[in-house]
Design a protein around this ligand. Structure first.
Ligand SMILES: Cc1cc2nc3c(=O)[nH]c(=O)nc-3n(C[C@H](O)[C@H](O)[C@H](O)COP(=O)(O)O)c2cc1C
Length: 352
């Protein structure tokens, strides 16, 4: 640390500094990861902790630690040719650390719809080339254009599951990321998802054998109480009705309203959906209550409960966290998985 005095005054204090700088060359993901991995090792060895933020060619870093260790690291950083225009923003002593658990926490803000994201999607799957267009059309409320695209994909042989997994779900997540990056309002996002959902009716599922087998089953597709995004719920309705299930939908305002609907319809399965665009991280406890309420309406345990949304797609939560029988990581294939569970539950109750 520049100009610090080792001595009794600061013996139990941590040095803390923050600077910003410009990358000499924008680092690639792997260069940035390598820099951070090496920095973590050294920071750990001298008791330094902190965070590094990289965005759009700029670094911002806060480091804290025992003055001696911090001085050594800071001296190296200032000499590093990977960045320039280093500007010290603050330098002080503190009694406690801000980042006590982090040798170096890396934040890398994603640029809105970064070109590399579209490129990655394009390379991953042939349908990936359409994701960017789907996002644009959804935000532009071009429902006709989207419907035409989905119909064209169906007539050229793309199965609905594939279209949902490789095109619609990635588009919904990219839209959620745009909202997180403040590139659109929640209103834009909700409207865009609504457009996607309406156009999604042109996605086709065909599975004749399955259709005959599952004709006798029924499902209630519900948005989680209070959830305003219903893309998943709507797309599932097409999947299940195409396969001949009896399908009801619900947009309940409370757990009680959902329980009443389950009680009235006595479906074989209920699916409770959170947003496919936004993670809804804080909703796990609330959803657990909803699932519990739903089960109480059919105490013989025969109701199959599935849950879904981005929270589950990205494995931030699982079925066990909320007491469900199944959490869907993708909308694709959900009907088959629920069919298996319902068939099993039916066999169990027939055996009793
Ligand atoms: C933006 C930026 C942040 C860095 N942060 C750290 C850090 O927190 N800890 C660290 O040991 N090295 C960090 N480094 C790497 C150091 O500059 C240096 O390369 C490394 O500590 C090896 O030091 P030496 O060349 O003096 O042996 C960073 C480099 C850059 C460009």
């Amino acid at each position: 640390m520049q100009g610090h005095q080792e001595g009794a005054d600061h013996a139990d204090l941590f040095g803390c500094l923050t600077y910003q700088s410009l990358a000499s060359e924008p680092p690639s993901d792997s260069e940035l990861n390598a820099l951070v991995a090496q920095a973590r090792l050294r920071n750990q060895s001298v008791g330094v902790t902190g965070m590094l933020l990289y965005e759009d060619g700029r670094f911002l870093q806060t480091l804290e630690g025992p003055p001696l260790g911090l001085s050594a690291v800071w001296a190296s950083i200032q000499q590093d040719e990977r960045h320039q225009n280093i500007e010290l923003l603050s330098e002080h002593y503190a009694h406690a650390r801000l980042f006590s658990d982090w040798d170096l926490l890396l934040y890398r803000k994603r640029e809105h719809a970064p070109r590399s994201l579209w490129e990655r999607l394009r390379r991953r799957h042939p349908l990936g080339q359409y994701v960017q267009r789907v996002v644009r059309d959804a935000f532009d409320a071009n429902e006709a254009g989207l419907g035409e695209l989905f119909a064209r994909l169906a007539s050229s042989g793309w199965h609905g599951d594939e279209v949902v997994r490789q095109l619609i779900e990635p588009a919904a997540r990219a839209m959620g990321d745009a909202w997180l990056a403040d590139d659109c309002t929640e209103f834009d996002l909700t409207l865009g998802l609504g457009i996607l959902q309406m156009a999604g009716h042109a996605v086709r599922y065909s599975d004749d054998i399955e259709q005959l087998r599952s004709k006798k089953y029924s499902i209630l597709l519900a948005a989680a109480p209070g959830e305003t995004h219903i893309l998943g719920t709507t797309l599932l309705a097409d999947q299940f009705s195409d396969a001949g299930w009896s399908v009801e939908m619900a947009y309940p305002s409370s757990d009680e309203a959902l329980a009443n609907q389950i009680d009235a319809q006595k479906p074989d399965a209920v699916d409770i959906g959170l947003s496919d665009a936004i993670t809804r991280q804080g909703r796990i406890a609330r959803l657990r209550e909803t699932v519990k309420h739903s089960r109480m309406t059919m105490p013989d345990q025969s109701l199959v409960v599935s849950v879904g949304g981005r929270l589950f797609a990205e494995a931030s939560a699982t079925a066990e966290h909320v007491g469900a029988d199944l959490s869907r990581q993708t909308l694709a294939g959900t009907r088959l998985r629920i069919t298996e569970l319902v068939a099993y539950a039916r066999r169990m109750s027939d055996d009793k």
